[in-house]
Structure formats: structure tokens, C-alpha cells
Design a protein around this ligand. Structure first.
Ligand SMILES: Cc1ncc(COP(=O)(O)O)c(C=O)c1O
Length: 384
């Protein structure tokens, strides 16, 4: 068998994504982006949504819009994708990394208040909803409120469920989503969005996403639009295109159906692997977006390492991943902030033992069963 780590859903008939705007020759930000933003806004329950070229762009723009500067710091997970950290680095901000909570993938909230009290340069918290598991935002926002910190959620994995966390009254807050190729919903490979209840922040982000221009192309060139524009601040080129939005709008109709398919896969893995002693299964509840299915190897029971485990399953035709190599293991950040391995024991322990299994709607029951059987076989052969 050949089972890739991910297979995207693409319409059989590509005409499905060739919308009127594209057929009429409008390819970049226009009516489809506006339609997609509206869909997101209704679903996410945030009044303001700005569609962007990536989640990384969203994280970056939110910090720029807040006018953070060199020397400002932010709290962020040690176990995350680099985007959660590099977005601050672009502005000269530096991360204060938080280790994972005991027996879990999310940041340990017991550490954060103490760090904030000890360092007045900490201006923001960037929690990440690992694999689709939600952080306790009620708690995070109440701490942020107490110290006047900006909260920026990295919800790259949590487009389905992030609204469960919403706290309408906190305006010093934004949420970034990813529509990258292997995310639950993709806008044809690259894309993202930023949601917030704060109108001013959203307007600023929208403007910054397109050079700081006073009038975007859609408004300048659509029927009888006037060409005149001005640039009022230093902006970026982070807008989403209509081609991307059309693809995302096609995918969006299947959001719930695909989530339900992933839920069935979670059930099948959990049932099939529950008696394998060498595997620790993830705790996935009903509120989980089920973007990742991450097992942990109980290394004391295996003769082989996590990397050997992956190599052996790769040889059986199974694509696997590791989410993530912690930030303090990445040479650039390790060197830049003199990060020490020993400061993040839980992230290290997870990193040595985690394996992400394939989970996507196009994965068949037969393929899931094959993956389960291969893991069982491996444990019989290599258990201590
Ligand atoms: C946790 C997390 N944050 C941010 C990103 C960045 O998303 P994008 O590729 O849309 O910038 C990713 C992408 O994989 C991610 O996994």
C-alpha cells in the first residue's frame, strides 16, 4: 500500500471552482474573497475577518497592527510550528517559551502568570491549539486582561471549533487560521485569515495586508471605480486571491462532513490501537477539531527509537509526520535566544516519542486498518 500523510480533496470537475469572477477575468482579491470572509465571519462568530495569504501573515500582521517593537516579548509554546515564533521575530520581538503541561501538548498555564509578573516587557500571549485541541482561553484571557496583554491565538489547526472559546468582550485579541495545503480546509495550497471582534484592529490589518493602501484593486478597478489612492503606512503584500478563495469556498461546504469523517478515523484508530501496550493514545474529546492524530510511543517498552519506528512504517508505504521539532531544537532560535534543552523537559519528552498518523477524509477504512495492523506487527517484533 502507499498511504501519503495527507491527500487533499480536489473537485472532480474543476469548473466547480471557476466562479463568475474568475471566468470574467478577475483573479486576485475581489468578490470571492469578500464572500469567503463573510462565510468565515458567520461561522466563527467574529464580526471581522480578513482573508490573507497565510496564517503566518495573519500572525505577523496582528503584531504589526498592535505596534509592538524591538524589545517587546511574547509568551508562546515551545512545542509549536515556527510560524508562532517567527511572526514576532520579524518585528524584533523575542519569545518567552512555555513548556507543555503535564501529560499534554498545550502550554502549561501554571507557568504564565509568574513569567508575566517577572518581566514587564511581555506584551502578548500566543497560544496554539495543538492538533485541534483548544487551550483554556477563558483562563488565558483573564490573565491577559489583568496585565493588559494582547492575545493572539494560533488557530491554524482549529477552524472548526475555535468559536467554542470566544469571549466577545475582550477586544485586545485576534485569532489566526491557516488554509495551507494539508489543513482541514485549504484555499488551494496557501491561505489564511485573521478574525477579531475589534473593528479598528481589523481595518488596520486589512490595510496593512495590501501595502497600506487606501483603496484596494477591487475598489479601484471594478465597474467605474476611481483609480486614485494613497499609501499611508508601511504595508505588506499578504492578500488572498479570488482563485484561492473560490477553492476554499468549494471546500467550505464540506467542513462538517469532513470533520465527521476524521472523527470516524479517530474512533477506528483508538479502537484498533487501544490494546497495544507500547502506544499512548491521544485524548480527543467532542470539542476537538481533529486535525492531527498524534500517538506517543512508550519508549521503555520498545527496542527501537521513534525515528526507527517511522522509518519502518515508511518502508511499509505509510506516510507519517512529527508535530513538531520544538523551537529550542531549531538551530536559529537556539542560538539567537541561547535556549537550553533542560528548560523544556516535557516538550523534549514528547518530541522523542510522538508520531502523527494520517487523518483525512480520503483515507479509507482499509488503509486505517492496514496502518493499525502494521503498528501492531511492529510492536510484536520490537517490544522489550
Ligand atoms: C501551528 C501552526 N501555526 C501556523 C502555521 C502556519 O500556517 P501557514 O502555512 O498558513 O502560514 C502552521 C502551518 O503548518 C501550523 O501548523
Amino acid at each position: 500500500m502507499n498511504i501519503p500523510f495527507h491527500r487533499p480533496n480536489i473537485p472532480k470537475n474543476l469548473d466547480k471552482i471557476n466562479t463568475d469572477s474568475i471566468k470574467s477575468g478577475w483573479l486576485t482579491t475581489g468578490s470571492q474573497v469578500l464572500k469567503f470572509e463573510k462565510k468565515l465571519s458567520n461561522y466563527l462568530l467574529y464580526k471581522h475577518v480578513v482573508a490573507l495569504s497565510s496564517c503566518t501573515a495573519g500572525l505577523h500582521l496582528a503584531l504589526v497592527a498592535k505596534e509592538f517593537n524591538k524589545g517587546d516579548k511574547f509568551l508562546a509554546p515551545a512545542l509549536t510550528f515556527v510560524s508562532t515564533i517567527e511572526c514576532g521575530e520579524y518585528l524584533g520581538m523575542s519569545p518567552v517559551l512555555i513548556d507543555c503541561k503535564k501529560d499534554g501538548f498545550l502550554i502549561d498555564l501554571n507557568f504564565i502568570e509568574d513569567k508575566i509578573k517577572r518581566d514587564t516587557n511581555i506584551k502578548a500571549i500566543i497560544p496554539m491549539h495543538y492538533g485541534g485541541e483548544l487551550n483554556d482561553m477563558e483562563n488565558i484571557i483573564s490573565i491577559a486582561e489583568k496585565y493588559g496583554l494582547f492575545v493572539l491565538e494560533d488557530a491554524a489547526h482549529a477552524v472548526e471549533n475555535s468559536f467554542n472559546n470566544k469571549k466577545e468582550e475582550y477586544l485586545n485579541h485576534a485569532v489566526a487560521f491557516s488554509f495551507y495545503a494539508n489543513k482541514n480546509i485549504t484555499s488551494a495550497g496557501e491561505g489564511g485569515a485573521l478574525a477579531t471582534s475589534n473593528k479598528k484592529l481589523a481595518q488596520k490589518i486589512k490595510k496593512l495586508s495590501l501595502h497600506g493602501i487606501t483603496k484596494d484593486g477591487w475598489n479601484r478597478y471594478k465597474k467605474f471605480g476611481k483609480w486614485e489612492y494613497d499609501i499611508t503606512e508601511l504595508g505588506f503584500k499578504y492578500n488572498m486571491t479570488d482563485v484561492s478563495a473560490s477553492f476554499a469556498l468549494w471546500q467550505w461546504q464540506f467542513l462538517k462532513k469532513w470533520q465527521s469523517s476524521r472523527k470516524d478515523i479517530v474512533k477506528r484508530y483508538s479502537k484498533g490501537l487501544k490494546d497495544v501496550e507500547g502506544i499512548i493514545l491521544p485524548n480527543i474529546d467532542q470539542k476537538h477539531a481533529m486535525h492531527l492524530y498524534v500517538i506517543r510511543l512508550n519508549l521503555e517498552l520498545w527496542q527501537i527509537s521513534r525515528n526507527d519506528f517511522i522509518d519502518k512504517l515508511n518502508k511499509k508505504g505509510i506516510g507519517l509526520a512529527v508535530h513538531y521539532k520544538p523551537i529550542h531544537h531549531l538551530s536559529f532560535y537556539k542560538k539567537m535566544y541561547k535556549l537550553k534543552n533542560d528548560d523544556y523537559p516535557r516538550a523534549n519528552e514528547l518530541f522523542n516519542s510522538i508520531v502523527s498518523l494520517p487523518i483525512y477524509p480520503l483515507l479509507t477504512d482499509k488503509e486505517v486498518d492496514y496502518i493499525i495492523d502494521c503498528i501492531k506487527e511492529l510492536f510484536v517484533k520490537y517490544s522489550i
